[in-house]
Design a protein around this ligand. Structure first.
Ligand code: PEP
Ligand code: MG
Length: 604
């Protein structure tokens, strides 16, 4: 049953004077409970852009980007024009005139020339220049004492909105850092991962979105920032106003608006219990993650932002099992150079003080940086030129990144991880490229480790899992990315809340692929970890250990609770049991049976 069907808000009034309490059901992202003040953010708002200073050398390319966007916006209007003609009525005719007017404004008009000049004069990005120019033109129109011209303000703004959209800022994270009210809880229709990465947990204590899935990158970033969140809370925005008191329950997935005194009391208690549990788990920081029968498990952390390194160290993780390098490419109009990437990586490697850092090469496409400079979304971005495919098609970009990683590997143990590998040739090609870059660096007397860093691959495509034996002969290690493996095995877009009810890593097909990959790695004698979100779910720890997986990488906040579960498990006793459990076909039943092995008490 699709979740959306049960999402009618519940209402309750505690007394005559109080506002009505409304409860919206969504999907829980975790990190506890937040009680704060609603701050609405509508991603469809037109002019939500950030101003960047651009160097004089970039002015021409920025102007060019503007012209490309104008052409793109014109082409989109062309499609609309065809639809208007097909309407074949007076409304269609009227719309046709309007579209023509928009197209004129986009073709070398005063607006476009003005924006071009402003980019050069103010040395700012195209989006900000559009915003300024639109502002000036709107003011000029509005001041005319003519209702017809005053109404044109709307048209100018609409053209500006289309231009900004075509520039790609819609999801590129070029939105401004806002000043939020104290204890803000963001209430949004949707939030891009890049925008989420800009949130400051000291200001924003919770978030809830109407769209998105629990394994989407937005959810992952929220989890890594430790911000309690709920996604897929349908119709929520109509029922929440700015300033409303809101509870975001990242555990149950509920968003409670204008809670009654009784509900507030209950949630304050929940929150206190959650914080107390977190506090007591901290004591495990230096305790080794060893099962009751003496099997040592390596617990590592996933990192989205360099600022997280501190929480990685605080969590007691033994290293970084997945360093998502995308952050370096986020919230900017250009690509980072080698030096900049090297400095960022060097900082992380040094802070990790000898603990391993697994750096994944750029993993873009679909919901991840879908509009990175030069990335052209194909008909189906999730299945298109993304991740390692994109990097291999943009050699310079890949070489720049690999060169920075190799240089940083002289400062501490680094492993290189390739995202979304599907065939052995991709691994071989990257290995050749690494060898060439290393030779070039050595010729320049740059210090490099000998041997060079291990080269591993993500197993996140069913075809890769099924050919894991062949891939294991080429790769130095595997990291099983169950978020994408689930998405691709079950044909469920991980960001689409409409089909989220079917997204389940415990589906027998996904479990078999994990098991097959783990066995292939073990037969080839290479290390294998799981670094998808299930690695941080302590209810599933027995399952993964039962599959013979001894390395897990997860959000730093999950490390202590997973460690606690490991300390309670007897691996020899559960292995056979896990085999029986996975013979079940119902994911819900599998979960329940896993809980029965040794109930996870650590969940607050
Ligand atoms: C995964 O797909 O499981 C994974 C860890 O990679 P990401 O979530 O960054 O796509
Ligand atoms: Mg992935």
């Amino acid at each position: 049953m699709p979740k959306g069907h049960s999402k009618t808000p519940r209402e309750r009034r505690s007394d005559e004077s109080a506002a009505v309490e409304r409860v919206f059901a969504g999907s829980p992202v975790g990190a506890g409970v937040a009680i704060g003040t609603a701050f609405r953010q509508d991603s469809r708002a037109a002019f939500n852009v950030r101003e960047f200073a651009i160097p004089p050398t970039k002015v021409r390319s920025e102007q060019h980007r503007l012209l490309e966007a104008a052409a793109k916006a014109t082409a989109r209007l062309e499609t609309l024009q065809t639809e208007a003609k097909q309407m074949g009525n007076a409304a269609g005719e009227e719309l046709g005139y309007l579209i023509e007017a928009y197209q004129q404004m986009l073709s070398g008009s005063r607006l476009i020339r003005g924006v071009q000049r402003r980019i050069a004069a103010d040395n700012i990005n195209a989006e900000a220049a559009v915003l300024k120019e639109i502002g000036l033109m709107s003011e000029a129109f509005a001041s005319m004492d003519d209702p017809y011209l005053a109404a044109r303000v709307q048209d100018v703004r609409e053209v500006g909105r289309r231009l900004v959209e075509a520039l790609g800022t819609g999801a590129s994270g070029l939105k401004a850092r806002k000043s939020y009210p104290k204890n803000a809880i963001i209430i949004a229709d949707e939030l891009s991962p890049a925008d989420t990465a800009l949130l400051d947990p000291d200001q924003v204590i919770g978030l809830a979105t109407m769209l998105g899935g629990v394994e989407s990158h937005t959810a992952i970033v929220a989890r890594s920032l430790g911000i309690p969140a709920v996604v897929a809370a349908a119709d929520m925005m109509d029922g929440i106003a700015n300033g409303d008191t809101v509870i975001v329950d990242g555990q149950s997935g509920q968003v409670i608006v204008s809670p009654t005194a009784e509900t507030l009391k209950l949630y304050r208690q929940h929150r206190a219990t959650f914080l107390k549990t977190q506090q007591s788990l901290k004591k495990l920081k230096t305790v080794p993650a060893v099962t009751l029968d003496g099997f040592a498990i390596k617990l590592q952390a996933n990192v989205e932002l360099p600022s997280e390194v501190e929480s990685v160290l605080a969590s007691g993780a033994e290293g970084i099992g997945l360093f998502r390098s995308e952050f370096m490419f986020m919230n900017r109009p250009d690509l980072p150079g080698e030096e900049e990437q090297f400095k960022a990586l060097a900082g992380v490697v040094k802070s990790m003080a000898g603990r391993p850092v697994t750096v994944r090469t750029l993993d873009v496409g679909a919901d991840k940086l879908g509009n990175l400079v030069g990335l052209k979304p194909g008909p189906n971005p999730a299945l298109g030129l993304r991740a390692i495919r994109f990097s291999l098609s943009r050699r310079k970009l890949l070489m720049t990144q690999l060169s920075a990683i190799l240089r940083a590997s002289a400062l501490g143990p680094i492993r290189i991880l390739l995202p979304m590998v599907s065939i052995v040739e991709e691994v071989r090609e990257v290995r050749r490229i690494i060898a060439r870059i290393a030779a070039r660096l050595l010729a320049k007397k740059v210090r490099l480790p000998n041997p060079l860093p291990p080269l591993g691959i993500m197993i996140e495509i069913p075809g890769a899992a099924l050919s894991a034996d062949a891939l294991a002969a080429e790769a130095d290690f595997f990291a099983i990315g169950t978020n994408d493996l689930t998405q691709y095995t079950l044909a469920i877009d991980r960001t689409d809340e409409q089909v989220a009810y079917l997204y389940n890593p415990l589906h027998p097909a996904v479990l078999r692929l994990i098991q097959f990959s783990a066995e292939a790695a073990s037969a080839a004698g290479i290390p294998v970890s799981v670094c998808g979100e299930i690695a941080g779910d302590d209810r599933l720890t027995p399952l993964l250990l039962g599959f013979g997986i001894t390395e897990l990488s997860m959000a730093p906040a999950s490390v202590p609770k997973v460690k606690k579960r490991i300390l309670e498990l007897n691996l020899a006793a559960i292995t056979g049991r896990v085999r029986q459990i996975t013979a079940e076909s119902d994911p819900g039943r599998i979960r329940t049976l896993l809980d029965e092995i040794a109930p996870p008490e650590s969940r607050a």
